[in-house]
Structures are given as C-alpha cells and as structure tokens.
Design a protein around this ligand. Structure first.
Ligand code: ADP
Ligand code: ASP
Ligand code: MG
Length: 846
C-alpha cells in the first residue's frame, strides 16, 4: 500500500462518453493525466440515455410496455456497440454485466406498467442505471489502455436523504463513507470509476441528485477525499460568458470565483449542476471545466480568487420556464410579517424560490418559482392569505407563467455604480419589457424576469451591452492577435507585407498568432474574424494599388464612416484587437476613441487625430488610460525612428525635458541638401516630388504644416507645450499655393528661387547652413527655416534623414540625439510595425 500524495477527480459528461470513440478519447485523456496521482473518474450516462430511461418508465405508466421495451433494447444495443474494440473476454464479461443491469431495469419497467404508477423512488432506481452502464464501458476502456481501473456504483456508498429525484448528500456522514469506499482503492494504485448522479437513501434505496447531478457527485467526492482538484470534462471549451447556443459570440471565461460559478449555475448555466460548488467552495478545492473534444484548451478555472478586472459583469445566464407569483394589496404596506408568512408557507410546501422582488411601496411582493410548481405555489399562497383577502388587506394573488429569469453575474458589480441602469437601458432600447427585477444583497448578480419569448433577445442585449463578446474576461485563452487596418494606401500595403514576413517571429517571440482580420478604406471594409487569408489579402491590396475601391469588392461591407466601421468590426469576438490607423484622414479620432472604449488597442501613423484640437488629443490619451488600453503613435514623428519611445523613456525615468529640436521632414531635408549643392529651389522640389518624397500636395510639406503637426505632437507628449495657440509656423512658401496642379506649382515656386539662393549663400559665408527646424520649448513651439552652425549636428544633416535633439536635465551639456532615415513608406511602416510588436509584448499570453 502506498500513500497517495495528490488526488484528482475527473468527471466526464454524457457526450464525453457518447460512443466507443469518445470513450477511447477518455481513456487517452486519463492516460495523460499526472502520473502517480490518485484518480477518481466520475462518469455520466451516455448522452441521451437518461432521457430514454425516463421515456421508457413514462411509457410504462401509460401501459405502453412495448414502447418501454423498445427503448430499453435501443439502450442495450448502443452499449454493446460501444464495446466494440474490446478484446473478446472483456467484451463478453462486460456485455454480461450490461445485460444484467438492463434486465433489472426491465423488471422495474414491467412493474410500473403493471401498477400504472411511477413513484419517485422507482424512477430513480430506473434512471440511475444509465450511469451504471456507462461506468462499465469506461472501466473496460481504461483497462484496455493498461490502467488498473475498477467500477464502483455510488449507490453503494454515497449517503443521501430520501428526496428522490433531488436528493441531498448527508454531508457529515457521506464524507466518511465516500472516503472509506474510495481511499483504500486509491492507495492500492487503482483508478476508481464511479457512477455520477446517484446515491443511497437511508433505507438503502437508490436516489438521484437531480438532472445533471454527476457534476455534484464529483465535487462531493473531491470534498470527502480532500482532493487537490476537480475537472469537469464536457463538450465545450469551458464556462462561457453566455450559453454558446444562444449567443454565438460568447467567449470562454478563463477564471471564475466559486460564488460567480455558483450564481451562474443557479441561474441556468447548464454546464455546471446548480449545487456543484457547495461541497468544494469552503474547502477551496479548485474546479476546472475542460473540453474532452479539445483537451489542449485550457478551460475555465473556478477557485477562490476574485478577479473582476475592469468588467463588472462576467456572464449572462437564463433559467426558463418560471412562474412569477405576486401578492398585491395596499393593506400590506407596513404590516410586519407578511413576507415572513409568505416564505414560510412556500418553504413548507418544499417549493424552491428562484427570485424575490418587493416593490418599494411594500404594496406587492413578487417571487419566481419553477414553472412546474406554479399551481402549488398559487394554491399555497391563496390558502395562507385567505383571511387577508377576505379582510381586503390583500387584493389578489396573480400567477404569470411562461417567464424566464435572466441573470447578469459578476463580483465586479458590487463596486461599479450604474450597472442596473445599463441593464434597463439596454433592454429598453430593444423594446424588451422587464416584468420584475431583483438584486441579491451580495450585489453579485442582478436578476430580471422577462417574457419567455424575449429570453434570447434579452440575453444577447445584455451580452452586447457589457461587451462580453469582445472583452477578455479574466485571462484569455486564445493566441490570436487581431489587427484591423484602417486605410490601405501605400503605408498600409507596406505594413501588410512586413507583417506577413514577421508572422513567424511574432509567434516564436510572443506566442501570438498575428493576423489581419479587417482592412478598410474610405468606402468600406473587408472583415474575416478569423483572419483574412493571405491570398485574399494579396488580391485586395493589389487591387487597391490599382486604385479600386474596397466597397466594390464582393464580400466587402460598404461603409464610409470610420466610427460605424470600427463598431461593426469590433462587434465580433476578436482576440487582443489592435486598430491601426494608416490613413491621413482628419476624421478618424472618434473611431480611435471608440476602439479604445470597445476594448481595442490602437496604433496610429496618422498625425491628424493627435495634432488637431487639444481636447481631442486629451480625449484619446485619457480614453486609453481609463480603458487600460495601449495607444502607440511612434510613426507620427520621425517615421520608424525611436523618437516617441526615447521621449517616453526620458520622462518615465524622471528626467525633465527642457527642449526638443530637430529636422522632422525628410522632404525638406532633401530640398535643403539640394539647395546646399546649388540646385534652384523649384527644381529641388520637382526632384523631391519625382522621387516620391513629398505628400500628395507638396505644399503641405513646404508650408510647414506637416512638420508643425509633428512638433505639436512632441509638445503635447512631452508636456512642454500644451495650449492650442503655442505654435508658430513660418513656411518656406505661401500656404495659399496649395491645391495647384504639379506644373503650375513648380512654375509658381520659381519666384522663390532667387531669394532662397541668396539666403543660402549668405548663411554659407557666415559658416552656417539653412535648415527647416522644429523647436519645442516650455510653452512654445516654433517651426521654420533657421540658420544653424554648419558644423552642428543639424548643420551636418544630409538628405532625407531626420534628426531630433533632446536637451534635458540629464542631457544638458551634451544633448541626446536620435537620427536616421525618417521619411518614406517603408520606414513609416516599420515604425507602425514596431508599435504593433510593443503591444504584442505587453499582451502576450502569461
Ligand atoms: P455534460 O453532459 O458534459 O454534463 P451538459 O450538456 O450538461 O454537458 O453541459 C454542457 C452544455 O451546457 C454545453 O454544451 C452548453 O451548450 C451548455 N451551456 C449553457 N450555458 C453555458 C455556459 N454559460 N457556458 C458553457 N456552456 C453552457
Ligand atoms: N445522466 C444524468 C442526466 O442526464 C446526470 C448527468 O448527466 O450528470 O441528467
Ligand atoms: Mg451536465
């Protein structure tokens, strides 16, 4: 005998043992579990078998014995079929056991047919057989895989009361009997396979714990054995933010507190039986739900941690088929004890109450009970309040059937004001009517009653309202890194190519699967939530370079409003979404802000949202901070050069910037160099245009508007110049020249050739050079042509290179210089990629 150091309980639901293949998969999962630990396997009946057994029993009550027999034959055939693959001896022995169990069931069904009566006791005896059958199959498969597995039926040791159909474990007693039955086997090194769902009444009869009760069997056993962990293996990846059949975009919740899980299961999350958490919560034994169809998915961890994060609501659930009973009367107000009498009467009738709500006037109390107890509840209350009705203190007792209770669950609700208002608004906007509402004193859940027909709409409305379809709840399981390209001009296209090249790097370095899920231009967007396949992306970008509009593509969505586009894209369940603004639009700021609010990180190469009004700039920076999102703008200044990064580093380390000064335009740098070399101004500009260095309208460069924007961004990010009027720009040319055709512009520029040549010549004689300089100092930004010493760093700058010189307390005598290629499509795309990779670093899976 050995001492078992670690005990794990693994429960496999009906679909996980649904046929021979699934049972073989179970054997593989069990084989791969922690070696050397004590294993208890709890199995449910094969999917659908419990229902078939119930149907057989019910048919018998109608005297339709033949129908009952047919159903039992089908159950037998299914189990024998699942034995295929077993070796001959085992198949024969297990087959015999299976027949034996079903023979007993057939006897019971015959007795029911004879008496035309199905007592809860007999019903339990019949339906517990489903688990007894499946456990035989699982044990056989485990043995085949070489494990020392034994079957044991829970109705031989799990002590319960005699509430047949809904039995409760006798906690103090069952703990001991469970341990006594299982521990010696574990110590012998055996894997124990136990029937879920059933137990033993004090008189020895078989009981069941309520539909779905195998989950509870697992936690009862875990508590009794003081197990280290329970795993509930089912057919979905874990506990979702809502029933995935109702809300296709529901997400797996990585972590739940015991209380959150308990609340969710109480309010209809079928993935866990209502009482699953009770045995383990106080002992702190963690429960994990995992997918037996995808054993590598991490699933949901349920434990004692409280991780509300920034999301007050973690999940939305629903219990259907409820009845609202209300007791109304003006005479009730102020009369003590009405509520107490009401609940006592209901409790004595053994009706469980699913919701209580009292109007603030105290003139009505309303409670919800399961639909099948509606008549009982109504009659019980009419009896209890007969005298009050006669006296006129109570006007009436009304029962309304066909009601669903919707619950918004999350521990974060307690600290977050306004959740109830959001719930009501979300429902009201869709025209959904709330019949009653209740908030538990724990503020862990908000429950409301709606008409049955509105259930799905109400769940979806709340799921969307709280962003559960796109916001990570707890930790995130997926490795996706979803990029949305706003704009697919030259930079967007270069970026797409770079990303494709760097995918493997991102995967190996950050463990993330970077994929472009959407691209948009001014006319519309293409969205593929699981990533636009490379060939499709290539044809999109190619047709864009030919001037096509996205909206014209088949499968694209026409949309000319960036806000609407961002909302439509982010309505999908994306992972770590990043919106990348590679447009030069004036109108994207709102969209960027919205993206931040919708749980998306943002990268911008577009200067305009950050260089426009100060209020807009602040809105974006504050929005990112409030939403705990990342906002990166490196490519707005100096393209790929680490200008913003250096600035942030200086500030983060507590240094104080006194001045930032430099040449921030590749175009003007090129023009200045050509002037130094003796070229006339107008022809230097014509060359720059030809080489593709300028903005589409070169006047945007020559007037200083573009450099001005970069300087404003630096002023704001450094905190040095924070007013809208802090900037003074002296252009090389008159901004009124904007908008002219190329030749006309070059013609007009000839007027500047001579004065500029003279200025260059004069500077040269004085040992200076003319540079177009942006200077940011406390409270002041100046942008314009300046004569600098020819042997200074700025004086020696050549061509399209940018240079920025930071002077700070630490870098006072010898300033910090960042210099290098700072213009052009490729280096700008590099800058954007750098920001994307910084985000990948921060968002990588832990
Ligand atoms: P098992 O037979 O493994 O016990 P169940 O059918 O009892 O499986 O529970 C799993 C099912 O619960 C899932 O297939 C899913 O459709 C449903 N379900 C309902 N609500 C949720 C939720 N919030 N999260 C996950 N699954 C849910
Ligand atoms: N087989 C039972 C049921 O269908 C118990 C369970 O699945 O947990 O309800
Ligand atoms: Mg279940």
């Amino acid at each position: 005998m050995s001492v078992v150091h670690r005990v794990e309980v693994h429960k496999f639901g009906g679909t996980s043992v649904g046929d021979a293949d699934r049972i073989a998969a179970v054997a593989r999962i069990v084989r791969d579990l922690s070696p050397g630990c004590g294993l208890v396997i709890v199995a449910s009946a094969m999917a659908g078998v419990t229902d078939q057994l119930i149907a057989a029993a019910v048919a018998a009550t109608r005297g339709a014995l033949w129908e009952g027999t047919r159903l039992l034959d089908a159950v037998l055939a299914r189990h024998l079929a699942a034995l295929q693959g077993a070796d001959i001896d085992d198949a024969a022995a297990v087959g015999e056991e299976i027949r034996g169990i079903l023979d007993e069931v057939a006897d019971l069904v015959r007795a029911v047919a004879h008496l035309r009566e199905l007592t809860p006791r007999t019903r339990d005896d019949i339906i517990a057989a489903g688990e007894k059958l499946s456990v035989r199959l699982v044990t056989s498969a485990l043995r085949r895989a070489g494990a020392a597995a034994v079957s044991i039926d829970a109705d031989t040791f799990l002590e319960t009361d005699d509430r047949f159909g809904e039995a409760n474990a006798l906690m103090g007693i069952s703990d001991r009997t469970i341990a006594a039955a299982l521990r010696p086997r574990l110590e012998r090194g055996e894997i124990v396979v136990v029937t879920g769902f059933c137990g033993r009444a004090p008189d020895g009869a078989t009981t069941t714990l309520g539909r779905g009760g195998s989950d509870l069997t697992a936690t009862l056993i875990a508590a009794a054995l003081r197990a280290d962990e329970v795993t509930i293996w089912t057919d979905v990846d874990g506990v979702f933010t809502a029933d995935p059949r109702v809300v296709p975009e529901a997400r797996v919740i990585r972590q739940l507190n015991f209380r959150e899980a308990a609340e969710m299961s109480f309010y209809g999350a079928k993935v866990l039986h209502q009482r699953t958490m009770i045995p383990v919560a106080s002992l702190g034994i963690p429960v994990r739900t995992r997918n037996s169809f995808a054993p590598d998915a991490p699933g949901t961890m349920i434990d004692g941690r409280i991780t509300p994060g920034s999301h007050p609501v973690k999940a939305v659930t629903a219990v259907r088929d409820q009845c609202l009973v209300s007791v109304e009367g003006k005479g009730m107000a102020g009369v003590p004890g009405v509520a107490a009498r009401l609940f006592k009467a209901i409790a004595e009738a053994r009706i469980s109450v699913t919701m209580i709500s009292q109007s603030s006037s105290e003139a009505s109390i309303c409670l919800a009970v399961p639909g099948e107890r509606a008549i009982d509840a109504e009659q019980t209350l009419k009896r209890e309040f007969r005298a009050d009705i006669t006296r006129g203190d109570v006007d009436e007792i009304i029962a309304r059937r066909g009601v669903s209770l919707i619950a918004a669950v999350g521990l974060g609700m307690a600290q977050t004001p306004g959740v109830a208002a959001r719930v009501f608004n979300a429902l009201a906007r869709r025209g959904l009517n709330v019949l009653a509402v209740a908030q538990g004193s724990s503020e862990l859940n908000l429950t409301l009653a709606v008409d049955h027909d509105e259930t799905a709409d109400a769940i979806r409305a709340l799921h969307a309202e709280f962003g559960l379809d796109r916001i990570d709840t707890g930790e995130d399981s997926s490795r996706g890194f979803d990029l949305i390209l706003l704009g697919c001009g030259k930079i967007g296209r270069a970026l797409a190519a770079l990303l494709e090249e760097r995918r493997a790097h991102v995967a190996s370095r950050f463990g993330l699967d970077a994929r472009i899920v959407a691209v948009a231009d001014r006319t519309g967007f293409v969205l593929r939530p699981s990533g636009i396949p490379a060939p499709e992306l290539a044809t999109i970008l190619e047709s864009k370079s030919g001037g096509a509009k996205l909206a014209a593509r088949s499968g694209a969505v026409a949309c000319d409003d960036p806000v609407a586009m961002v909302r439509q894209v982010l309505a999908y369940r994306l992972s770590r979404p990043v919106l990348v603004d590679v447009t030069d639009g004036e109108d994207t700021a709102e969209a960027l802000l919205d993206a931040l609010r919708l749980g998306c990180d943002v990268v911008s190469a577009n200067k305009k949202p950050f260089a426009g009004s100060l209020e807009r700039f602040r809105g974006l920076i504050d929005g990112a901070r409030e939403e705990e999102r990342l906002l990166k703008v490196e490519a707005t200044v100096g393209a790929g050069l680490p200008v913003v990064d250096t600035l942030e580093m200086l500030l983060a380390t507590g240094d104080r910037l006194t001045r930032a000064e430099g040449c921030l335009s590749g175009t003007l740098g090129f023009v200045m160099t050509r002037l130094d070399e003796g070229a006339p101004f107008s022809s230097a500009v014509a060359e720059a245009v030809k080489l593709g260095y300028t903005e589409p309208d070169p006047v945007v460069d020559l007037s200083g508007a573009d450099v001005g924007r970069k300087a404003v961004i630096l002023g704001r990010l450094s905190g040095l110049a924070l007013t809208d009027d802090a900037i003074e720009v002296v252009g090389l040319v008159d901004p009124a020249l904007a908008g002219r055709p190329h030749d006309a512009l070059i013609d007009a520029l000839r007027a500047y050739d001579k004065p500029i040549a003279q200025r260059i010549e004069k500077a040269r004689r004085e040992g200076r050079a003319l540079r177009y300089v942006a200077r940011v100092e406390a409270g002041r930004i100046t942008v314009g042509p300046v004569e600098v010493p020819a042997d200074s760093p700025l004086g020696m700058l050549r061509g399209t290179d940018n240079m920025i010189v930071f002077t700070s307390e630490r870098y006072a005598a010898r300033p910090l210089v960042v210099s290098g290629p700072g213009a052009g499509v490729d280096v700008t795309a590099m800058g954007v990629l750098g920001d994307i990779l910084r985000i990948a670093g921060e968002r990588r899976p832990k």
